[in-house]
Structure formats: structure tokens, C-alpha cells
Design a binder for this molecule. Sequence first.
Ligand SMILES: NC(=O)c1ccc[n+]([C@@H]2O[C@H](COP(=O)([O-])OP(=O)(O)OC[C@H]3O[C@@H](n4cnc5c(N)ncnc54)[C@H](OP(=O)(O)O)[C@@H]3O)[C@@H](O)[C@H]2O)c1
Length: 257
Amino acid sequence: MSHKNILITGASAGIGAALAKRYASNPQVHLILLARNTQKLQSIITVCKKNGATVEYHSIDITEFTKLQTLISKIDSKTPIDLIICNAGVTSSIGENGEAESWDAICSIIDTNLYGVLASLNPLLSRMQQRKSGQIAIISSLAAYRGMPITPAYCASKAAVKSYGEALRGWLCEYNIKVNVICPGFVESELSAQFDGDKPMMISAEKAANIIYKGLAKNKANVSFPFPLDLGMWFLALLPSGISDWFMRLFSYGAKR
Ligand SMILES: NC(=O)c1ccc[n+]([C@@H]2O[C@H](COP(=O)([O-])OP(=O)(O)OC[C@H]3O[C@@H](n4cnc5c(N)ncnc54)[C@H](OP(=O)(O)O)[C@@H]3O)[C@@H](O)[C@H]2O)c1
């Protein structure tokens, strides 16, 4: 693995923490972990250091966009980032009786899942272009393929970052910069626990991190998993909306009637 300096946002829990631990098994790696919860970050760091990597962490809210960009510029000047994994994310859903998501919830989702990704990458794009190297991984979701009625703002945010990553890949390949969009299905975490519906083919965060790790090593444009759910979501997007809405209701992800 050629990466040395790896920055992961949302590294205090779930997929981000599992990715940190996965990359930490290489002693050549320097990990830069970002999240808000210092206590949780510190416990991840203890494990990562035991695994062999050197680690630094920064407690930051990625919706503080100016502060975030200043921090990432500073980090990159000191330790040029070889791989950034934009992973931090939040979700929400409509109410039990079909109530709309609150404006606060919608803003939090768009600020974290969309602007947080754009702000994380903005200071790095021209730097990576100048270096003619680097890798960018954006954690989207299978929910980007077809809007799920119970979680509209989340699906919108994930479709937006999927599209952004696809655009970056085409633009930045001539600068030798790799860009990968990751679309997980259900992964055990605090985030997925917020969904009441069925979670078919749910996997552990560790298993998800391993799939992502391998996909990034192969520079796959799109790392979507698990395969049957990936195929199902792709198919749902092709079906007439009445039929795909029926399927969504079957798995408790459609609006109630
Ligand atoms: N779990 C799934 O089923 C699933 C499926 C598809 C895609 N995803 C995506 O995978 C990513 C990770 O999700 P997860 O399931 O691992 O969720 P998680 O366990 O809830 O972890 C979310 C991470 O994001 C960080 N975070 C949230 N808001 C932040 C903010 N404003 N500033 C800085 N850090 C923030 C959290 O850290 P702090 O709270 O410490 O800040 C935490 O480390 C998300 O983008 C999610 O949309 C998850």
C-alpha cells in the first residue's frame, strides 16, 4: 500500500473508526483522525497505535467550514495527505405518522453530508493537482441510487456526494488523482440503529471497512456492497416509481399508506 498520510473524517465511531483500525495495521501509515467526540477518538487512537500506526487527532465539527478548511490546509502543509476518506455523516427520518423532517435536521444533514465533504476537499484539490498524486474516497450510500421515502434529506445528500465524486474522478484522473465513491448498504452503527425498518444483509463496520480498504487499493470507481442489495437498489432505480415504491414499503422504507 502506497499511502502514508491518511485523513479520515468521522473516525470516532462506526465505519470511520473501523477504517482507522484497518489502515493502522500498516506501521508505515500516519493517521489523521477527525470527529467531534474527543473521548471516543482517544479510545480509537489507543487501538490504532497498538496496531502499529502513528496517529494524530483533531476534535472538530466539520460543519464549521472555515475552521475545517484552515485545519486541513495546515495538516496538508505539514504532512501532505495521500488519502482522504470523507466519511463523517448523520441521518434523520420522517416522523412515525409521516411528519416532515425538521428544518434543523435537514440543515444538519446537508451541512454534514454534503457541505462537510465539499469543505474537506476544497483545500486539497489544488494541492493534490500540484503534487500530481493523491486519493479521495467519498462515503455515499446505496440510498443514493433511489430516494427512500422515509429519509428524504439523507438520500438527497448521498446522491449529491455520489455525483460530486463521479465528476471529480473524470476531472482529476489526468492529474494522477484517484477518486472513489463508496456506497454501503446496511452497516451496524449508531447511524443505522436510527432506522426502524428491516436492514437486509446488514454487515459489521469491520467487514465494511475491509471491503472499502480493498476497493480503494484497487482504485475502483464505485465500491458498492453487499452485491445483492446493490443490484436490488440499482434495479429499483430502473423500475417505474409505483413498483419501486411498493418494494420500499415492503421493507418498511416507504411512506405509510
Ligand atoms: N451505517 C450504515 O448503514 C451506512 C450505510 C451507508 C452509508 N453510511 C455512511 O457511512 C458514514 C459513516 O456512518 P456510520 O454508520 O459509521 O455512522 P456513525 O457510527 O454514526 O458515525 C458517524 C461519524 O461521523 C462523525 N460526525 C457526525 N457529524 C459530525 C460533524 N458535524 N463533525 C465531525 N464529525 C461528525 C461522528 O463523530 P462525532 O459524533 O464524534 O463527531 C462519527 O465518527 C456516513 O457518511 C453514513 O452516511 C452508513
